[in-house]
Write a protein that binds this ligand. Structure first.
Ligand code: FE
Length: 222
């Protein structure tokens, strides 16, 4: 079973310890599967670049920005809340949010994805959208409507589900919503395999990789 990433805890991202002993307090979490596990939808080369260079790059940059400051003592989730909405901390916020978002994205995909949707989640999907097909159509439409870089999310909003998009590094947690799934819409996520065909990338993920079990796990701790 996949473990959801909790805003309050983010236990696998922070290495706790005294500031002086943790010059690089944030770490790149391990992928939940091998780098070639999502082929042919996401090639090994694309995934390796995305995970090591982009996700890893955000970790390296954040560590460089916060090392030796009081911010380095915070968990990733605490850090996000601390710097959100502060223009002079935008670089720290963007890198921290991108670490959180990518860790969540990798878990939103699975080599065994797009199988049976757990009953509790299916019931909520039917309550919120009518049926699973309608939800998937909405995910595709919202993803295509995002101009430029960003993310498409399935979130819990009160007692029902919503599909929404965010720009750049933004995360629905800061709107008080509970993320259940995320798909990366930055070009670096799909250009190596799909060039500019974002729609094909989204369709392939929904058809074969989307991890309903992870969404249900997140729902269970909501
Ligand atoms: Fe990305």
């Amino acid at each position: 079973m996949n473990r959801p990433i909790e805003l309050a805890a983010a236990p696998r991202i922070l290495i706790p310890g005294p500031r002086r002993a943790s010059p690089a307090p944030y770490v790149l979490p391990p992928l939940p599967y091998p780098e070639n596990a999502l082929e042919p939808v996401i090639s090994s080369r694309a995934l390796q670049l995305h995970y090591r260079k982009h996700h890893g790059g955000y970790v390296d940059t954040l560590n460089r920005l916060v090392s030796g400051t009081a911010l380095a003592d915070l968990s990733l989730s605490q850090l996000l809340l601390e710097v959100a909405g502060q223009p002079d901390q935008a670089l720290i916020y963007n890198n921290a949010a991108q670490i959180w978002n990518h860790s969540f994205y990798w878990q939103s995909l699975s080599p065994n994805g797009a199988g049976t949707c757990p009953q509790v989640l299916r019931g909520l999907i039917e309550y919120s959208f009518g049926d699973l097909e309608t939800l998937e159509e909405k995910v595709s439409a919202v993803a295509m409507s995002q101009f430029g870089s960003g993310w498409v999310w399935l979130v819990l909003d009160g007692k029902s589900l919503q599909v929404l998009k965010t720009s750049n590094a933004d995360n629905p947690l800061l709107q008080g919503l509970k993320p259940l799934l995320a798909i990366d819409l930055w070009e670096h996520a799909y250009y190596p395999d799909y060039e500019n065909r974002r729609g094909e990338y989204i369709a392939a993920i929904l058809a074969t990789l989307i991890n309903w079990d992870f969404a249900a796990d997140n729902l269970s701790v909501a």
